[in-house]
Design a protein around this ligand. Structure first.
Ligand code: FES
Length: 163
């Protein structure tokens, strides 16, 4: 079957098995291997992408159910020559060890920063003029992304640097 998606700003018509997940369509159908497969069961967050601006675990999304929607992957927010502010911060703060979870962490953090900008981050401390997340609040909002190497404090430092 075919599904139309806009992936990283480009209109795509993808041919796929009706049971294909968005994760497999991105990786195997479109060659966007930056999105990682960890658990394939919605538990690790390695496959996080933005779907119409909202973070989702792409391993839990059936491609066929997202016809006409917009997908942003790690490839869509920066490139090796032109890293996004968050990607630079992860490098600067060593916000990774093996790096396998990093694309998912950065996509979740991208969504988190966008939620803060829109004032949708419900944990934003309201006693500050500039919205700011505490370390605990950030840990909770990033809790869907697991890091087997336990680089959590450095990941949060990287996000805080951009926030
Ligand atoms: Fe999707 Fe783990 S691969 S949540």
């Amino acid at each position: 079957m075919q599904t139309k998606l806009t992936v990283n700003g480009e209109a795509q018509t993808v041919e796929h098995d009706p049971r294909a997940t968005l994760l497999d369509t991105l990786r195997d159908g479109l060659g966007l291997s930056g999105t990682k497969k960890g658990c394939d069961h919605g538990q690790c967050g390695a496959c996080t992408v933005l779907l119409d601006g909202e973070r989702v675990n792409s391993c839990l999304c059936l491609t066929a159910m997202h016809d006409g929607q917009e997908v942003t992957t790690i490839e869509g927010i920066g490139s090796p020559d032109k890293l996004s502010a968050l990607q630079k911060a992860f490098v600067e703060k060593d916000g990774y060890q093996c790096g396998y979870c990093t694309p998912g962490q950065i996509m979740s953090a991208t969504a988190l920063l966008q939620e803060m900008q829109k004032g949708q981050a419900s944990y934003v401390s309201d006693d500050l003029e500039v919205p700011k997340l505490t370390d605990d609040e950030m840990a909770e909002r990033m809790s869907g992304n697991l890091c087997r190497c336990s680089a959590y404090p450095l990941i949060r430092e990287a996000i805080a640097m951009v926030a």
